[in-house]
Structure formats: C-alpha cells, structure tokens
Design a protein around this ligand. Structure first.
Ligand SMILES: C[S@@+](CC[C@H](N)C(=O)[O-])C[C@H]1O[C@@H](n2cnc3c(N)ncnc32)[C@H](O)[C@@H]1O
Length: 274
C-alpha cells in the first residue's frame, strides 16, 4: 500500500519525501557526530532500507566466497547508488581498483566527494540514462556502450540493479559485462527469478509480481522499473547462455517467502566462458 503510493509520486518528489521524513533523525545524527565517515544521511539513501554498513559487509562476503574476489582485482560496480557496496570494499581492494557508475547524479556526487577523495583507486561516473523509478529523463540503456576496454575487469557486480531494469536492457548489459570481463572473470548479480518454487511461495507473499508479461513480470505497471522479475527460461537462455556465461551459483532469496532463502534477492554468480 505505502509502496504503491510512493511510486505514484513524481521521481523528484520521492527524493524530497525521503529527505523530509528522515530530516529530524539525520539532523540529530549530524549534530552528535554519530554517523561514520562515508555513510550518507538516511534521507539521502535512495537505494533501499536496512543497515547501510552491514549490508555492504554481507555482500563483501558473498563477493569473496562466491565471486572469488581478491584484493588486487579490478572491479566494476554497475548501479553504484550511493556507495553501499563501495564503502566496505575500500578496506579490501588494497592493491586493486574500483569503477562504479550510476544514472542518479546525486548518488555519484556523494561517492566522489566522500569516497574518491579518501581512496584514489575508487572512481565514480554519472551517465544520464533513463529508468522510470530513478530518473526523469535520459538516454535509453539499450544503446549504452560501457566506456571500458574489452577484458578490463576481474569482477563485475550489480546489487539490486537488474531487479529494476527491463529484460532487453538486462540482456544488453549482460553482453556488455561479458565484453569488459577478463576470460574466466565472474559477475555477481541479484535477481527476482520466477522458478516453480518461487512462484508457488509467492502466492502467500505480499511481495508479488502480478503483472505477467510472459518472460518477465512486473510489480507495478505504471512504474515498470519498480520491481522486475524474470522467468527462469529467459534468465538461463538469454542472460546466461546467449551472453556467453556459465552459471556457477544460484542462491535463492527470501523475497518470495520460500523457506530456504539466502539473502532477500536471488544471488547469481556466472563466469565468462573462455
Ligand atoms: C536499489 S538501487 C541499488 C544501488 C546499489 N547497487 C546498492 O546496492 O546499494 C538500484 C540502482 O540502480 C541504478 N540504475 C538504474 N538503472 C540503471 C542503469 N541502466 N544503469 C546503471 N545503473 C542503473 C539506480 O540509479 C540505483 O542506484
């Protein structure tokens, strides 16, 4: 209910409402000096709820355990938001380097000012692409060629990004990720995957995708990028096989209410076929 109302607001208003709701909390935290360095005020965190630092730490564990991330790696964070994943990486990528890009300028600016000034091996770039949840205008993501060389990265990740993009955009991104990854390099991405088990469990969940479009389903037809789920067949054929990847891990999430879930979203790790 609250979610639906929030999505009905124009994009700009959603940012303003968040800042206003959290203003008293952020003011007190700012005055008492309780906010750790590089952590944004709550009203600025447009990328999801929960504990900002803990979520980043948890994903760093997934990156090393399932993605085989190492401290000397060159890493690409697609949809870097407001630095939730980058912050813990600053103390891990000691000899390595990090590139992050996003379509929301205020998030990129925060990361440039708070993270890159402290860690010169961390670079953030803004690209004005359109996404009906996050931006009011911009180019289509379908034509966006990543501004990186072939075989440049050891590890690429997207946390809660493909869950806010449409299927053709995700297909295009998976081909671009394959191009910029080194042979044998890994991508870790989170999804909402419609499998027999998740569809069955979803029937009893408030978090469901009722607008079925065949190979993908939407939570909200008016704001398409609000939450997007893909069929298992589309995922395996179009996003893994045709993009020249091999699936290494698929850790189901708790989003659908299934009892054996791992993190909230499904976590996928795939390797670029050599
Ligand atoms: C839920 S947030 C997650 C942010 C970040 N990955 C995290 O985990 O904190 C989704 C992010 O995807 C970004 N995004 C949406 N469409 C994008 C696109 N086409 N290319 C890159 N980033 C995109 C949004 O601007 C937003 O920062």
């Amino acid at each position: 209910m609250f979610r639906t109302l929030f999505y009905r607001l124009p994009v700009k208003w959603r940012y303003t409402v968040r800042r206003t709701v959290f203003y008293p909390f952020d003011l007190i935290e700012g005055l008492t000096g309780k906010r750790p360095p590089m952590v944004p005020p709550k009203g600025m965190i447009f990328t999801g709820s929960g504990n900002f630092l803990e979520q980043g730490e948890t994903f760093l564990e997934y990156f090393t355990k399932y993605g085989q991330l190492e401290p000397q790696h060159r890493v690409l964070d697609i949809g870097s938001g407001i630095g939730r994943m980058a912050v813990p990486l600053t103390s891990f990528l000691i000899e390595g380097s990090y590139e992050g890009f996003d379509v929301v300028e205020r998030g990129v600016k925060w990361c440039q000012q708070q993270i890159s000034t402290r860690y010169s091996n961390f670079n953030f770039t803004y690209y004005p692409l359109h996404n009906d949840l996050y931006t009011e205008s911009g180019e289509s993501a379908l034509q966006f060629k990543f501004p990186y060389a072939d075989n440049e990265f050891d590890f690429v990740f997207l946390t809660s990004v493909f869950t806010h993009m449409l299927p053709e955009e995700v297909e295009h991104y998976m081909h671009e990720i394959n191009r910029v990854l080194k042979p044998g390099g890994r991508v870790l991405a989170t999804f909402f995957l419609l499998t027999d088990k998740s569809v069955e469990a979803m029937a009893n969940s408030e978090f469901n995708f009722s607008h079925n479009n065949g190979h993908y389903s939407l939570m909200d037809e008016k704001v398409k990028a609000a939450n997007v789920a893909f069929s298992e067949h589309f995922f395996q054929k179009n996003l893994i096989d045709e993009a020249n990847f091999r699936l290494i891990h698929l850790l189901p999430g708790t989003w659908s209410n299934r009892p054996d879930g791992h993190d909230f979203q499904d976590i996928v790790v795939a390797e670029k076929v050599k």
